[in-house]
Design a binder for this molecule. Structure first.
Ligand code: 5MM
Length: 332
């Protein structure tokens, strides 16, 4: 358990966050194609190499979440990705779920799969150099969802994943994501997220998952993407803080997902969250809010490689600065 606690401490190093670059092959290919780049294994590898080799990335990034494909690929000069990251002081992580799949008995809802054979896969990922893992459960808000059944089965799977990770010496990132799709209010997002978290906490406790050896990756509490008004950062922080306060004091830390917010809004909300007095650090584990500007600046052009890296560096700098502001705020 000591190992997980130590790794979690490194992941949550002051002033740093986590880069989620673990899009599945289908998602990554679709995003490349949308940016005008062919969705091939080599282009997915080249794009991840662009991200991972961004100069001074370790100044603001403690860990990068990869997918299975990338963990088995090499940076251009033949070094496996995990080794290349560790050489620059970044912890390699691995997404170990196999995706949100239609849940039998719950029409229109999903359960995240990947538990079959998980201990053996985790042992293999440790051999490949991974030090932490990620599993994402997905909850969609409609008038009738998420149902208690979807909340229960996903919590159970998250807990079994987290317990297996800690037994394997990998820090589990536990990601229950209430997605922004829909026109729901911020209040409804808060109610649903609180219910989801309560079930996840209970499931983790039943399997004796050590809070100090895990990272919670929640959504910020915002209104649905189609809602007519937008909560300002101070409100997002206040409501998110209320939902999070039920987590135990010895939780290693909270690393938010960006969830489809524009990059600047995610950063502004992250900065506002630093005003909360919480027993755990609050940082970022953004995917799209960090990498979309980089992909759009690069678009597969060799002569725009540095532009892509500069775009990522700028988003990392802004989010790391937001997180660092906590130290100053807590001194006052
Ligand atoms: C990077 O995207 C991750 C994997 O997505 P798929 O398996 O669906 O392709 C995703 O889990 C991501 O880590 C989180 O949603 C956080 O990313 P955002 O973009 O919400 O910050």
């Amino acid at each position: 358990m000591r190992t997980c606690r130590d790794i979690a401490t490194q992941l949550l190093a002051p002033g740093k966050g986590i880069l989620a670059a673990d899009e599945s092959i289908g998602t990554m290919s679709a995003r490349l194609v949308k940016a005008g780049v062919e969705g091939t294994a080599e282009n997915r590898r080249a794009y991840r190499e662009l991200l991972a080799t961004t100069p001074d990335l370790a100044d603001g990034v403690s860990g990068i979440i990869l997918c299975d494909e990338t963990l088995n690929q090499r940076c251009g000069d033949s070094i496996p990705f995990a080794e290349a990251l560790r050489a620059v002081g970044i912890l390699p992580g691995i997404k170990v779920d196999t995706g949100a799949k239609a849940c039998p008995g719950l029409p229109g809802e999903t359960v995240t799969e990947g538990l079959d054979g998980l201990p053996a896969r985790l042992a293999h990922y440790v051999e490949l150099g991974a030090r932490f893992a990620k599993w994402r459960a997905v909850y969609t808000i409609t008038d009738s969802t998420p149902t208690p059944g979807a909340i229960a089965v996903n919590a159970s799977a998250l807990a079994r994943y987290a317990a297996a990770c800690q037994e394997a010496g990998l820090v589990p990132i536990v990601e229950p994501e209430v997605v922004m799709n829909g026109n729901h209010s911020q209040l409804r997002c808060a109610e649903i997220t609180a219910a989801v978290h309560a079930e996840v906490r209970a499931a983790l406790a039943l399997l004796d998952v050590d809070p100090a050896g895990m990272v919670l990756k929640p959504n910020m509490i915002v209104e649905g993407a189609d809602h007519p008004t937008r909560a300002v950062p101070a409100d997002v922080a206040a409501v998110t803080g209320k939902v999070l306060q039920a987590w135990p004091d010895d939780l290693a830390g909270v690393a938010f997902l960006s969830g489809g917010q524009e990059p600047e809004r995610a950063t502004a909300n992250l900065a506002a969250l630093q005003h909360l007095r919480t027993p755990w650090p609050l940082t970022f584990s953004f995917g799209r809010a960090l990498v979309t500007p980089a992909l759009l600046a690069w678009r597969g052009h060799a002569d725009r490689y540095a532009d892509g890296q500069a775009a990522l560096a700028e988003r990392v700098r802004a989010n790391a600065a937001a997180v660092r502001s906590r130290t100053e705020l807590q001194r006052t």
